[in-house]
Design a protein around this ligand. Structure first.
Ligand SMILES: NC(=O)c1ccc[n+]([C@@H]2O[C@H](COP(=O)([O-])OP(=O)(O)OC[C@H]3O[C@@H](n4cnc5c(N)ncnc54)[C@H](OP(=O)(O)O)[C@@H]3O)[C@@H](O)[C@H]2O)c1
Length: 372
């Protein structure tokens, strides 16, 4: 797990900054006591001193904010021996950090992934670090619904039950379509997990008190679902990509809430997690403008993958949270969803739409078969 441990700014950074800051402060004071004005031949040093002072103050405030900002932390000590956990998107980012943590609690971990070699490498890393060798890798590509179906068939043959399913795989942006012709972000972030989860429900129902954790995002607040537009392709501009992502994340919340309504009677509880802004590969393919505008500002505020994983780890582990099924969590605590996310009719219509879309895609599929 050491790979994911956060490194808070070390004290020597503060120590090395102090002399510069003090010098700037004294410099500005000395210049002021000499009664020099801006515009005076020596006025430049006054101006410089004020600027250094201002920048220093800003820098100190920034560092203080970063240090004092509360990071999510799951303090559950529960073990998961004998439990089977399926985590999508566990080859990178918060999914990988989650897989490490849950493996260290003794669970059997199943990693469905699109890159077999990367999956095997991550499985080896987890086994080496945690000493838990019950890690399985299975092929799936969320851009291809037939592949999702085949993956679930393999899991139905190889597993007796699933105790915890973490729907974490996702993309932050993308233009074009999935192999089935759906807009890429909607297809990968919603339709594939919809099929994956509904196909695995029989295995989840076999486990006592199974849990499903759907990883959404606070961006669902800006999401909008209009059934007439769901087939429209997304543009590559920043607003289009943000619209596509937030729509898919709203779909995650609506899906999870409908799952809760359908499945709590079968002993399955469903939770929604927002990891918090986390520095992962999800930003890798962001439009250049987004990178230039946001990265310098966000870099120090972003969580590490281990911190971003805390909420979903909490929802997988915390004992006795079944009464919170159907709720949305941020920083390991229940939080409010947006208005559209509470729309029961929208959730039910999205379920029917997704069922039809997936069935029609699978009917037209020419067949697909792969395993690792
Ligand atoms: N990072 C954030 O700030 C943030 C904020 C809010 C919500 N989230 C949500 O958190 C989840 C995880 O994101 P992350 O930041 O950890 O992203 P990440 O580091 O990019 O990891 C995404 C994971 O999804 C997998 N994946 C992507 N496309 C796939 C496909 N077609 N088929 C199968 N697997 C696929 C990736 O596989 P590869 O390893 O092969 O690429 C990877 O394992 C996402 O649902 C995201 O929406 C993230």
């Amino acid at each position: 797990m050491s790979t994911f441990v956060a490194n808070p700014p070390s004290s020597h950074i503060f120590e090395s900054l102090v002399p510069y800051y003090a010098e700037a402060l004294l410099g500005a004071q000395n210049n002021n006591t000499a009664g020099e004005e801006i515009g005076h031949p020596n006025g430049h040093s006054v101006t410089n001193g004020v600027w250094v002072l201002l920048l220093g103050t800003l820098l100190w405030s920034y560092i203080l904010l970063v240090v004092l900002a509360k990071k999510p932390n799951c303090d559950c000590t529960a073990r998961l021996d004998g439990k089977t956990v399926v985590i999508t998107g566990a080859t990178d980012g918060v999914g990988k950090a989650t897989a490490f943590e849950l493996a260290s609690r003794g669970a059997e971990i199943v990693i469905p992934c699109r890159n077999a070699e990367k999956g095997r490498r991550v499985a080896r890393e987890i086994a080496d670090v945690t000493g838990n060798h019950k890690i399985q890798v299975v092929y799936v590509d969320f851009t291809n619904l037939e592949s999702v179906k085949v993956c679930t068939q393999i899991l139905k043959k190889s597993l007796k039950k699933i105790d915890i399913l973490i729907n974490n795989a996702g993309i932050g942006n993308g233009v074009g379509t999935t192999l089935d012709g759906f807009p890429l972000v909607f297809g990968v972030n919603h339709l594939a997990p919809f099929l994956f989860t509904t196909e695995l429900l029989p295995l989840l129902r076999k486990a006592p008190l199974a849990r499903i954790v759907c990883v959404s995002s606070v961006t669902h607040l800006w999401g909008n679902i209009n059934f007439d537009e769901l087939q429209d392709l997304d543009g590559g501009s920043l607003p289009s990509q943000f619209r596509a992502y937030s729509r898919s994340k709203l779909a995650n919340v609506l899906f999870a809430k409908q799952l809760h309504r359908n499945e709590s009677q079968h002993g399955i509880s469903t939770y929604i997690a927002h990891p918090g802004w986390t520095f992962t590969a999800i930003f890798r393919d962001s439009p250049m403008l987004a990178k230039l505008l946001l990265f310098p500002l966000l870099y120090l505020f972003l969580y590490t993958p281990a911190q971003g994983a805390q909420t979903q780890i909490h929802l997988a582990l915390a004992p006795g949270i079944e009464t919170s099924s159907g709720n949305y969590f941020v920083s390991c605590r229940p939080a409010r969803t947006g208005k559209s996310a509470k729309d029961i009719e929208l959730a039910s219509n999205l379920w029917s739409y997704s069922e039809k879309a997936v069935a029609s895609a699978l009917n037209q599929s020419v067949g697909y078969c792969t395993s690792i």
